[in-house]
Design a protein around this ligand. Structure first.
Ligand code: SF4
Length: 237
């Protein structure tokens, strides 16, 4: 994937490495041990769409308590499932979507065990998962990275916004297309910590509105900040 008029890949890779180091300096190296299977992670990620971690965590906890397995979720009474996941919001959409994906995976593989994805390349794994309705590149990348340890770079709204401001990707590149782009900039060992720390940075400092540039440790590396400083223009939003 190329972008006309954008810095060369080598320059961007070095910048990505410096940003990663600054983020680790600011926030530390995040540790993550998931006890979820890949299909658990998939369902948890669908539940987390458009809601807070607290709400989706509550819904997922209730789901596990009531059904105990994703096979039972797949075969559950649809209305009962919707009531169970109500805390996650949009339950009328998420319930049927979850059951449809679980049924489609069972049809394709004869099982809900997704460990076979480890034998595929990251791009192949993402392509396999995104063939199902309701599974986009972000959900697929989260499943691959967090549940299966396959190096992918999930791009959520925070990662997309912050990397755009930093000048790590072309401004017009969509979040979906940014997965592959960022995987080409960061080394695979960095995907996990850079993903987590960029989200934290987006939540705590580089807000969508009124980012706290005055206390940001990435000022020197931020294309948006540098451009505004050169023009002496304050950020309005
Ligand atoms: S300097 Fe401002 S715009 Fe740039 S990354 Fe930091 S908070 Fe975001």
């Amino acid at each position: 994937m190329k972008s006309v008029g954008f810095p060369a890949r080598g320059v961007l890779r070095r910048k990505a490495a410096r940003i990663r180091a600054e983020l680790i300096q600011a926030y530390g190296t995040p540790h993550w041990e998931s006890s979820l299977t890949a299909v658990d992670e998939l369902v948890a990620t669908v539940l987390s769409q458009n809601t807070s971690d607290i709400n989706s965590g509550r819904a997922f906890g209730q789901l596990l308590e009531r059904y105990g397995s994703m096979e039972a979720v797949r075969d559950a009474d649809p209305a009962e499932l919707i009531a169970t996941i109500r805390p996650a919001g949009l339950a009328n959409q998420k319930g049927p979507r979850i059951q449809a994906v679980l049924r489609a995976i069972t049809e394709a593989r004869g099982t809900l065990d997704l460990k076979f994805l480890r034998k595929l390349t990251p791009a192949e794994g993402r392509a396999w998962l995104t063939q199902f309705n309701g599974v986009g590149p972000k959900t697929a990348s989260i499943v691959l990275l967090f549940a299966l340890g396959i190096p992918t770079f999930p791009v959520d709204t925070h990662v997309h916004r912050v990397t755009g401001r930093l000048g790590l990707r072309p401004e017009t590149l969509s979040a979906d297309d940014s997965h592959e782009w960022l995987e080409g900039l960061f080394v695979p060992e960095a995907y996990h910590d850079a993903h987590i720390n960029l989200i934290r940075h987006g939540r705590e400092i580089c807000h969508a509105r009124n980012p706290k540039c005055e206390i940001c440790p990435l000022q020197r590396l931020c294309a948006d900040f540098q451009a505004r400083s050169a023009r002496r223009v304050p950020r309005k939003t």
